[in-house]
Ligand binder design. Structure first.
Ligand code: ADP
Length: 193
C-alpha cells in the first residue's frame, strides 16, 4: 500500500492521470478541487466559502482546506491514496505529514508533472469548452492560478525533496506516454517495499 502525492501546475494533467492510476494501482483518488466543486454544487457552507477563492484563482485558506482534507482522508486509510491538488502549500504538507504520522502512515512519494507554461495556458483554455469550470473560462484567472502555483505551491516540492521522496516526470506527450512514465515510478516504488 502506497500513499502518493500527484503534483504539478494547473493543467498539468493531474486529474486525467489520477483516473488511470486508480484503474491500474487501486489507490483511492482524493482531489481537493473535486471535493470543493461537489460542495459548491450542493450549496454547502464550505462550497460557498471555497467558491469565492476558486472563481478568482486563489487558494482556499489552509485552515479550511486542511480540516476538510483530514476528515475526508480519515475515511479510506489503509487502501493507499493518490492525493491530487493537495498539499498546495508548505503548511498543508506539514499538516499531512502530522496527520499520517498520527495514523501510522506516511507519504511514499511525490510525483511531479512538468509542463511548460505556454502549454498549460493552451490546455486550460481548451478545457474550458468541456469542463464547465468558471476558472478555466477566463484567461486572467488562468494566469492567476499559474502565478499562485509558482509563488505558493511550487515550494512544496522542496518539502518532499528533503525527504528524498520527490520524483520528476515529463508531463508533455500523449496521456498514455505520460501514464507510462508514472507507472514506471509506481512500479519501482512497489518493488522497493
Ligand atoms: P487545477 O489544478 O486544474 O487548478 P483543482 O481542481 O486542483 O484544479 O483546483 C481548483 C481550485 O480549487 C484551485 O484554484 C483552488 O482555488 C482550489 N483548491 C484546490 N485544492 C486546494 C488546496 N489544496 N488548497 C487550497 N485551495 C485549493
Amino acid at each position: 500500500m502506497k500513499n502518493i502525492v500527484l503534483f504539478g501546475p494547473p493543467g498539468a494533467g493531474k486529474g486525467t492521470q489520477s483516473a488511470h492510476i486508480v484503474e491500474k494501482f487501486d489507490l483511492f483518488h482524493l482531489s481537493t478541487g473535486d471535493i470543493f466543486r461537489a460542495n459548491i454544487k450542493e450549496g454547502t457552507k464550505l462550497g460557498m466559502l471555497a467558491k469565492e477563492y476558486m472563481d478568482c484563482g486563489e487558494l482556499v485558506p489552509d485552515e479550511v482546506t486542511i480540516q476538510m482534507l483530514e476528515s475526508e482522508a480519515s475515511r479510506h486509510l489503509g487502501q493507499g491514496y493518490i492525493f491530487d491538488g493537495f498539499p498546495r502549500t508548505p503548511a498543508q504538507a506539514r499538516a499531512l505529514d502530522d496527520f499520517f504520522q498520527a495514523k501510522g502512515e506516511q507519504i511514499d512519494a511525490m510525483i511531479a508533472l512538468q509542463v511548460p507554461e505556454p502549454e498549460l495556458r493552451e490546455r486550460l483554455a481548451g478545457r474550458a469548452a468541456t469542463s464547465g469550470r468558471p476558472d478555466d473560462a477566463n484567461p486572467a484567472v488562468i494566469q492567476n492560478r499559474i502565478d499562485v502555483y509558482n509563488e505558493e505551491t511550487a515550494p512544496v516540492a522542496e518539502h518532499y525533496r528533503k525527504q528524498n521522496k520527490f520524483r520528476d516526470i515529463n508531463g508533455v506527450g500523449s496521456v498514455e506516454e505520460v501514464f507510462g512514465r508514472i507507472a514506471d515510478v509506481l512500479q519501482a516504488l512497489g518493488e522497493k517495499a
